[in-house]
Design a protein around this ligand. Sequence first.
Ligand code: GCB
Length: 596
Amino acid sequence: MLSLSCFSQATPYVNPNVRASESLSGYWKYIVDPYENGYYNYRLEPFEEQEDTSRNAFFTDSKPRDRSELIEYDFDLSDSIYVPGDWNTQKEKLFFYEGTVWYRRLFNSTIKDPANRVFLSFGAANYKADVYLNGQKLGSHTGGFTPFSFEITSLLKDTVNSLVVKVDNKRLKDGVPTVNTDWWNYGGITRDVNLLETPSTFIEGFSIQLERDDPGHIVGLVQLNGIDRSGSEVEVHIPELGKSVLLKTDEKGKASFRTSVDSLRLWSVNDPKLYKVIFNTKEDTITDMVGFRTITVKGRDILLNDRPVFLKGISIHEESPIRGGRAHSKADARQLLGWAKELGCNFVRLAHYPHNEHMVRLADSLGILVWEEIPVYWTISWENEATYENAANQLQELIRRDRNRASVIIWSMANETPTSNARNRFLTDLAELTRSLDPTRLISAALEQSSYQGDPWVRTIEDDFARVTDILSFNQYIGWYDGLPDKAEKISWKIQQNKPVFISEFGGGAKQGYFGDKHTRWTEDYQEYLYEENIKMLSSIEQLRGMSPWILVDFRSPRRMLPKIQDGWNRKGLISEEGIKKKAFYTLQKYYLSKE
Ligand code: GCB
């Protein structure tokens, strides 16, 4: 069962997917501010920390009061940009920009009941967001891929409200991720922004799922927020099952439950059954669609509802092919997961950070299993406590958002991180935190392989963190960074851990439409050959239980600048950025369709 601490973050997350909301999507005004002139005075002191805040602070959204006043910015006269969306692909001049951009949106309050509370909810903003309403700071959020909200009840005006958001996507050495990644650092308010109205005491969060060791029971908990949170009645209602459970909250506003169920249709890949679940209090109602299933590991098998499953997967970056830029919409999710389905997948690895919520909700309804991960990637500052806190916070925000998604079966802690004591401690702490928040799902990390006892032809996994994970996952690039594709048949694997093996990455680049012989790098033929040889090699690992090759679609990366071939794109996609399938797509498809 999920732990209560998952709810206890400083600000509640009010999820627009389970209650009525008003979208603030649309064109917002923006000001590019590379020197953070709207944030600091000329002595580099933050305006917001001065007693008498200057009206030149951009978040005050000021206009000259008379014809003499000096105000050196004007949102009304500035250009507009669409929210949600990254700035890089919307404005040519911002393509390579990394720094601060200020956003402003005016809105009228449409609050229905003055006794209600109002929240502002962001799906994500990359990387740091400072949020102000009517000149007052609501708070800030760090981490580019997880949702956050702020209460705005006391600041909301009946007339026009000015919402200003400072978004800064500068890469930071001690950040999560750190400065070095293989993806584009898209900046901006990249996901939906919503206004939500709740009663004065409202349902802040809930979890509901099948009990891990007893699928005859549903377990869960509810957290209320507000003045009347303690001693309140909550009804958990699943109409289709004829189930209704009445609870009373404790002094902290929490209530947990366990109730028997029979004739439940379990959520599975072939039958992704979702039940409508309704939570009612005297004042509040929220509704969600939830699937019930178990996911466990037994020896070398992964069991979905107690039955072995082979994870036919693909890795995906959160990029919208064809339109370009960060993906954020339901339509983007439909395109990406539609291709995964066509490929024959029952599994996707959402790399290398939490993707938007539409992806996991659609995976729930399509019957696709999901690996989710946080951007603990390559060379994180393992010794830095604040870096750990940041990673842990992103993980908690992800779990809080997706704990009711049946599709999500694996929380991944990290990708290709070099082993050291500090790193092992960091990851082990993250894994412990994850288990305390959610002991029902599996834990993994994309590890690295090495030679067995110095023999380059025998490969193994030597990593202390492998002791902690439920699944032994690793990336390997035989045929691309490590020899040519024909090397694969000469390699054997000596896996020493008695765990299911999952290959979280393999692959190679091809420029769509470039053909040649199978030894010519960048041709579709080379990539096809690489897939054929890798699939053969990996199939010889007796305990292989799945894979998510790298990657579904070509994606933008500043590390990939080879002219005429890469031009700023990592070409390991099975599909080009224009949506055209390469030969290797069909190689993998054939393999997946032939597998149970
Ligand atoms: C990796 C990384 C991935 C890169 C990929 C590559 O191992 O995990 O983020 O994009 O290799 O293409 O080199």
